[in-house]
Design a protein around this ligand. Structure first.
Ligand SMILES: Nc1ncnc2c1ncn2[C@@H]1O[C@H](COP(=O)(O)OP(=O)(O)OP(=O)(O)O)[C@@H](O)[C@H]1O
Length: 335
């Protein structure tokens, strides 16, 4: 759905000076997925996101959205195309002098759709974002979360195929953030809209994204499914992001307990998280086990769990258990 090929962006900062904000960016976002780009301030996330609808025109490379090469389009065609690419912003960017209803109707007025159709569409959008009873309020009478709901409704007005989210929850408290993220998940699921979001919060990535790319100094340094990047972060900056939200624990978490057997960390994912895989595997040997630590969380809708377990048995039995758990798709590391 979105294909960024060899994207470069050089800002002219003076007559003879320039700054390379994006270099060699290659990114593919599939139809219907929620893709997150994470990076520290200045990494180039906003520049990247704004390249997708050419709010920021790349100085090199190709931008393809829904099969169209955007940089090859004329002004008029680009305007039409942009109607199919909704965008929401950190600071909402609402019109302050008109009501919630008129903010949402704004893109429909520009698209010159009939009054009846506009009324019906706005009613539908108000209901979708849960703001029907606030439709005659002005933005200053709304909370941050409500303002972002208006921003989302406005972005969806023209029925876009893609929604770009520029730090959409960064100005919101954690509870309000969760409400907005839930709404984005719902919109993605019900309407099949492809979502590309940028954030500096790994919690946002974990909560809604299918895949993630990590940016640093204008480049993508790592990408993959959220689960893989969480469980096996390769780059230093990725490890820092993961550690900010991760409940991964190491052997030190066990404290002063004197381990007698082999301590292992086991990762479960998906339905296995709730199955007695460990018990069944150990039961086939003469070994036993003790659970020293455990947790179950969710990545988007996928449950994943981890246990730190002490396996007590002969070396051969322990080896067999580790091997068999691996064969059943669990990740086991000896600590
Ligand atoms: N118009 C501009 N002219 C010159 N440099 C710019 C311009 N816009 C952005 N930059 C620089 O490009 C780099 C990337 O900026 P960008 O806003 O894309 O990063 P970001 O990851 O979104 O960071 P933040 O979260 O702080 O917005 C920064 O170093 C920034 O100073």
């Amino acid at each position: 759905m979105i294909d960024l090929i060899d994207i470069e962006k050089v800002y002219q900062t003076g007559k003879k000076s320039s700054f390379i904000a994006l270099r060699g960016i290659n990114l593919k976002v599939d139809k219907g997925e929620i893709f997150g780009v994470i990076g520290r301030s200045g990494a180039g996330k906003s520049t990247l996101l704004r390249s997708v609808n050419l709010l920021e025109r790349p100085t090199g490379g190709t931008v393809i959205v829904g099969g169209d090469k955007l940089m090859a389009l004329g002004e008029k065609q680009l305007q039409e195309k942009r109607k199919r690419i909704g965008m929401i912003f950190q600071h909402f960017n609402l019109l302050t002098t008109v009501t919630v209803r008129d903010n949402i109707a704004f893109p429909l007025r520009i698209a010159k759709i009939s009054t009846n159709q506009m009324k019906a569409r706005v009613d539908e959008l108000l209901e979708l974002v849960g703001l029907t009873e606030y439709q005659h309020h002005y933005p200053k009478q709304l909370s941050g979360g409500q303002k972002q709901r208006v921003g989302i409704a406005r972005a969806l007005a023209n029925d876009p195929e893609v929604l770009l989210c520029d730090e959409a929850t960064s100005a919101l408290d954690p509870q309000t953030t969760e409400g907005i993220l839930t709404l984005l998940r719902e919109i993605n699921r019900k309407m099949g809209i492809t979502i590309l979001l940028i954030t500096h919060e790994m919690g946002v990535i974990r909560s809604v994204c299918d895949r993630v790319a990590v940016m640093d100094h204008g480049q993508i340094v790592e990408s993959g499914t959220v689960l893989d990047v969480f469980l096996h972060p390769k780059n230093k900056i990725t490890r820092e992001f993961v550690s900010e939200v991760s409940d991964t624990f190491g052997s030190e978490a066990v404290g002063a307990y004197q381990v007698k057997g082999q301590m292992v960390r086991i990762h479960f994912r998906g339905d296995q998280t709730y199955e007695p895989v460990l018990y069944e595997t150990v039961r086939r040997t003469n070994a036993t086990f003790a659970i020293l630590q455990g947790t179950v969380s969710k990545m988007k809708d996928v449950p994943y769990g981890q246990l730190i377990v002490e396996l007590r048995g002969s070396d051969a039995e322990v080896n067999r258990i580790v091997e068999e758990l691996g064969e059943q798709g669990l990740e086991v590391s000896r600590l």
